[in-house]
Design a binder for this molecule. Structure first.
Ligand code: NDP
Length: 320
């Protein structure tokens, strides 16, 4: 068992590393446990063109390398490993990595969410080479080209609507003949002329791994078994995300969809535990919003430690 840490941060995406940067600059010597998907979802993408300050864009992994080095420069300690258990019923909190245990006065949870993949294998191999799970991140590369979106929920509709402004055509492939998306999103997607739908269909293969790019999708109609091929340059998988919250089950309050509940900034249901990034945000899910909430969590943790984090937020309490 190591000595108490002021702040332990679980996760090393934009939220975790921004929290580390702020906590380090506040002299809290944070320990970051980077997790199995070190660097988070940006490690899965290529060029990031919507991170402010880089007019020509920056490669996702390069951005994470910079963020990491910046946090380390101010004294953040980053260790490899995946947290196997946490004990949040009393302070200091216990964070375990197998048999190694760390104690923390405050904890920042920035474990993110993982995009769901198709389980084809090939989709991951072509990730960043025509297969993407984020239209806002990668849609621009398909300007003037045909693309497909897989899924029938709000994420898929949002991706399709966004892509319709860039791509020549967007084909939504859904495994049923009924969309799960909200009515307003369905109506919008159905009304856009260059979005079309293929119903009751699953993707059974994505070509062409040998060429290292997407050239077509092999489809199978679930009702008839009939196979067909659809030529596209890109495919966006919009079948949902899974928040990485299993560790906190029964300890932190969660929404029905598994995302952590936060209130008054980054506070969770346990005093002294804060959450930042996609693990508590299923709406915006952008690198920059994750970074912003990481900053909030570090400031909240610092105020908690110094006894200046009050129950009612400044917004509620301060006179106008
Ligand atoms: P959902 O779980 O709502 O939808 C996932 C979709 O993908 C479903 O249509 C599902 O099919 C399909 N799907 C799931 N697994 C597979 C698979 N293996 N193969 C093929 N298709 C599959 O996830 P979303 O990410 O769309 O939404 C999550 C939450 O976030 C929702 O509450 C949503 O409302 C919210 N959200 C809101 C937005 C907004 O308001 N602007 C934007 C994005 C999300 P089936 O229908 O058959 O189950």
């Amino acid at each position: 068992m190591s000595s108490d840490r002021q702040v332990i941060i679980i996760g090393s995406g934009p939220a975790g590393l921004t929290a580390a940067l702020y906590a380090a600059r506040a002299n809290l010597k944070p320990l970051v446990i980077e997790g199995i998907e070190a660097g988070g979802q940006l490690m899965l993408t290529t060029m990031v063109e919507n991170w402010p300050g880089y007019r020509d864009g920056i490669m996702g992994p390069d951005l994470m390398t910079e963020l990491r080095a910046q946090a380390e420069r101010f004294g953040a300690e980053i260790i490899q490993g995946d947290v196997t258990a946490v004990e949040l019923s009393k302070r200091p909190f216990t964070v375990s990595l197998g048999k190694t245990q760390y104690l923390a006065q405050t904890l920042i949870v920035a474990t993110g969410a993982s995009a769901k993949w198709l389980d084809l294998g090939v989709d991951k191999k072509l990730s960043g080479r025509g297969v993407s799970t984020c239209a806002t991140c990668d849609g621009f590369f398909f300007k003037g080209r045909p693309v497909a979106v897989i899924g029938g929920g709000d994420t898929a509709m949002e991706e399709a609507i966004y892509l319709s402004k860039l791509a020549t055509s967007v084909t939504v492939i859904h495994r049923r003949d009924l969309l799960r998306a909200s009515k307003v999103m369905q109506d919008k997607a159905l009304s856009i002329p260059n979005i079309s739908f293929i119903w009751n269909t699953e993707v059974v293969d994505i070509k062409d791994v040998d060429k290292g790019e997407v050239t077509s999708l092999v489809l199978r109609n679930i009702q008839t078994g009939e196979r067909s091929e659809l030529a596209v340059d890109g495919v966006f998988i919009g079948i949902g995300h899974v928040p990485n919250t299993a560790l906190f089950s029964g300890q932190l309050a969660m929404h029905d969809n598994g995302y952590l509940k936060t209130h008054d900034g980054s506070r969770t249901s346990v005093s002294g535990v804060f959450a930042a990034g996609d693990v508590q945000d299923h709406v915006y899910r952008q690198a920059v919003t994750a970074a912003g909430s990481g900053c909030m969590a570090a400031i909240d943790a610092e105020r908690f430690l110094s006894g200046t984090l009050h129950e009612s937020s400044a917004l509620h309490g301060a006179p106008a």
